[in-house]
Design a binder for this molecule. Structure first.
Ligand SMILES: Cc1ncc(COP(=O)(O)O)c(C=O)c1O
Length: 394
């Protein structure tokens, strides 16, 4: 250990380590089946790796253009046009990013200044708030209604004021698995019409919608004209570790986005971009994702049906929420820790997605796992069934 020359006064004393890191570490430490962090435990297809290898072997290993490889931007433009009926310009409206996280941070930094307000919906993905405060903005929270995790547009309207700069939406929604409908998008459009409010739409689970087609902001012409829409190849192609995503936005917004992008990452891994571009040529690979995860969702729900967890609806994403009131009255963080240590299954306590630690006694399981992993997790969770030995009770 190197001795520190002086104590650094933290700019973010309230920020700790993300719950995802904490739970994954705990899972490793106590040998728990890790259904906490949102990543698959199965492989992507060899065709994707072959495409990246080919790019590397062909010497495509130097800096990509700042906006991303033209091959990938062209493939993104084609996919978005086919799915959502909008033609983003390859040169001026599509930017490849180092995953969705960088796209979100960069978009926030590009749009939000000191004193500006940003509306987010709780439970909220954990990166938005810290990104807003890092650039001096203020987060305003609108709580999604339980059950169903639906937005309350009247409440959102009450938060809007002249300082409101950005509204961040996320559908399919992590952690709840709920979907925004076209009606929700219309309600949002009504609220921001005649304002200078920008919308940042996190659509990393765009291809994992079960109960209705994904309502992308790209497909809503009025909103698309004021939105930055973010997606991630990590979620779509089972390669979360590659950290490649993208943002599409009208050229005026893209120009502002790129002013920040060019100085915080400049460019993204070249061979990975080329490999993904080639792999995208077969649309079945992203169009088949919903059916693939629907099967996993149904299997996981069926495996947990006999436990005392109350399974909440899951209309999209690869997360299943479960209420545990019938098992324990512990607060959710304590329950999740107990579940990992004593039962051997790691989950995320939902209070981690609320700024004030709001606790509905709900945990989030990730079912982007091999069937064998889900079966083993369910086997361990059977210890919580009615009639199970008392020593396994919290
Ligand atoms: C809602 C949401 N947005 C963004 C991300 C980050 O995506 P990426 O890994 O591409 O940075 C995640 C990852 O879990 C997510 O769930």
């Amino acid at each position: 250990m190197i001795p520190a020359a002086f104590p650094l006064a933290s700019r973010f004393p309230a920020l700790g380590t993300t719950i995802f890191t904490v739970m994954s570490r705990l899972a490793a430490e106590c040998g728990a089946v890790n259904l906490s962090q949102g990543f698959p435990d199965f492989q992507a297809e060899p065709a994707l790796f072959d495409a990246v290898h080919r790019a590397m072997a062909a010497g495509r290993n130097q800096y990509a253009p700042m906006a991303g490889m033209p091959e990938l931007r062209t493939a993104i433009a084609a996919k978005v046009a086919t799915l959502y009926g909008i033609a983003y310009d390859v040169e001026s409206e599509i930017t490849v990013t180092a995953g969705a996280t960088q796209a979100l941070f960069t978009a926030i930094a590009a749009c939000v200044g000191p004193g500006d307000e940003v509306i987010v919906f709780e439970p909220v993905y954990d990166s938005y708030g810290p990104a807003v405060t890092t650039v001096g903005g203020r987060v305003r929270h609108s709580r999604l209604g339980v059950p169903g995790y639906r937005p309350d547009w009247d409440h959102v309207a009450s938060l809007i004021n002249p300082r409101t700069r950005l509204i961040i939406v996320n559908s399919p929604h992590n952690p709840s698995g709920s979907l925004l409908s076209v009606g929700d998008l219309d309600a949002l459009a009504d609220l921001v019409r005649d304002t200078g409010i920008v919308i940042l739409s996190d659509e990393v689970y765009e291809h994992i919608a079960f109960s209705a087609p994904h309502a992308s902001l790209c497909a809503h012409p009025e909103l698309a004209a004021r939105s930055l829409v973010v997606s991630s190849f990590g979620k779509t192609y089972h390669i979360t570790g590659w950290k490649v995503g993208y943002v599409v936005a009208p050229s005026t917004l893209t120009a502002e986005f790129r002013k920040v992008h060019q100085f915080n990452v400049f460019t993204v891994n070249t061979p990975a971009q080329l490999g993904i571009a080639e792999y995208m040529a077969d649309p079945a690979r992203h169009l088949g994702l919903a059916a693939f995860y629907r099967e996993k969702r149904d299997r996981f729900r069926q495996l947990l049906a006999a436990t005392r967890f109350e399974l909440l609806p899951c209309d999209g994403t690869y997360f299943q929420l479960a209420r545990y009131d019938a098992i324990s009255d512990l607060p959710d963080r304590a329950f999740a820790e107990w579940l990992a240590r004593r039962i051997g299954v790691a989950a995320i306590p939902l209070s981690a997605f609320y700024h004030d630690g709001h606790d509905d006694h709900v945990v989030r399981f990730c079912f982007a796992k091999e069937d064998a992993t889900l079966v083993e997790a369910a086997r361990r969770l059977q210890a919580l069934n009615p009639g199970a030995p008392v020593e396994s009770r919290p």
